[in-house]
Design a protein around this ligand. Structure first.
Ligand SMILES: Nc1ncnc2c1ncn2[C@@H]1O[C@H](COP(=O)(O)OP(=O)(O)O)[C@@H](O)[C@H]1O
Ligand SMILES: [Mg+2]
Length: 366
């Protein structure tokens, strides 16, 4: 194959790998931000070259050096910490190159995953279990980066955007959930207010007393960023943040049980047809819970509470966006048009109502 792509040629030159031939390079994937190539080697491990796209979500992306350093240094730290927890769940090699005309990363090739519809129920469950066990250990580890929240590069190191006392952050977060609950209950939306409010007030009262641990969490755990292969389940392209441990375990389950199927009509996700594979996604989430909570009933209840709070947050985000006069192109791509957003808001409110019923404890078991 003759490679015509100039960026690819330039990147390969910059890599300075000896004896590399273009026929050893093949395109293996593409996300919203990178075109991805595998470089095969007879001597060393295979590598992956991720060339940053100039356009994302239909818009030209300005070159922002600090943002790129932040993104790639955080991936490096995440990969490193993850591999200390379970080797080799992430690429053991990672590096990046950036100048205005060309930005790329190189990392270990982690193998080829199966596509969702080819996973059997039991494979999906076991992959989820491996992930749950990994995230449990990862969340228990004290992060090297100090602070809380989004990670930023301060010119020398990475740090969390917020440098406040943990209990202060924790109580503020609980207050925030109450404030968005209030904005939904005082809106003109139709849902069973009494049930939902009762459930959430109790939940928050209990949550305040059970402060969680700050961990290095991954905000992007979609199947596109996981190599779904039981022999070597791997996590790639993380979007790390410093945030609470159980909250993000709940996020994984929320993603696989609810979010991915619910977003499958949005242009950004349509091609993945997550709604058609919702059973498989749900099995991955079941396995994850088994791996993460290992039959600890109290932990299970707390995880379910976090799931409910993610549903509340999602409902509120949808409600806020519907109040905007016009949707920006990124929102249109990621969430769909106003009708889709309204329908998804209804789904979120139904889910909230169901989870607020007295027997919601059995929610995941049926
Ligand atoms: N290290 C890797 N090993 C194997 N496959 C990879 C690796 N990195 C990326 N890929 C493949 O390329 C696809 C897109 O890569 P990704 O890094 O997620 O791009 P983006 O940053 O645009 O989301 C992935 O879904 C995966 O199939
Ligand atoms: Mg990706």
């Amino acid at each position: 194959m003759v490679i015509k792509d100039n960026d690819l040629k330039n990147a390969v030159e910059k890599l300075k790998i000896e004896n590399i031939k273009m026929e050893h390079i093949s395109k293996i994937g593409e996300g919203s931000w990178h075109n991805v190539y595998r470089i095969e080697s007879n001597i060393e491990e295979d590598l992956v070259l991720r060339i940053r796209k100039k356009k994302a979500y239909g818009q030209l992306q300005a070159y922002k050096e600090i943002d790129l350093i932040t993104e790639y240094e955080s991936s490096k730290v995440y990969y490193n910490q993850a591999n200390q927890c379970s080797f080799p769940i992430c690429p053991s090699f990672f590096d990046y190159f950036q100048e205005e005309s060309l930005v790329f990363t190189v990392e270990s090739f982690m193998g080829k995953g199966k596509i969702l519809q080819y996973l059997s129920d039991s494979e999906a469950f076991k992959i989820g279990e491996v992930l749950g066990e990994f995230f449990k250990v990862m969340h228990r580890k004290d992060p090297e980066i100090q602070g809380f929240g989004n990670i930023i590069w301060n010119g020398k190191n990475l740090e969390g955007k917020k440098q406040q006392e943990v209990n202060y952050i924790w109580q503020n977060e609980n207050d925030f959930y109450l404030s968005i609950l209030n904005s939904l209950t005082t809106s003109d939306l139709t849902f069973n207010r009494e049930k939902v409010v009762n459930k959430l007030l109790n939940l928050i009262e209990n949550r305040r007393e059970n402060q969680q641990k700050i961990s290095l969490v991954n905000q992007d755990v979609t199947p596109e960023n996981i190599i779904l292969n039981l022999d070597n389940v791997s996590i790639i392209d993380p979007f790390p943040k410093l945030d609470f441990d159980l909250k993000y375990a709940g996020y994984f389950v929320f993603c696989y049980k609810f979010l991915l199927p619910a977003y499958s009509n949005a242009p950004r996700y349509r091609k993945h047809a997550y709604n058609k594979n919702s059973n498989i996604l749900s099995r991955i989430a079941d396995g994850f819970m088994k791996g993460y909570i290992s039959d600890n009933v109290n932990l299970y209840k707390c995880l379910l509470d976090e799931y409910i709070l993610w549903t509340l947050l999602e409902a509120h985000e949808h409600y806020e966006i519907l109040n905007e006069s016009e949707l920006n192109p990124k929102t249109l791509q990621q969430m769909g048009d106003k009708d889709m957003i309204m329908n998804r808001l209804t789904l979120c409110l139904n889910e909230l109502e169901n989870l607020s019923l007295d027997n919601s404890f059995t929610f995941f078991n049926n």
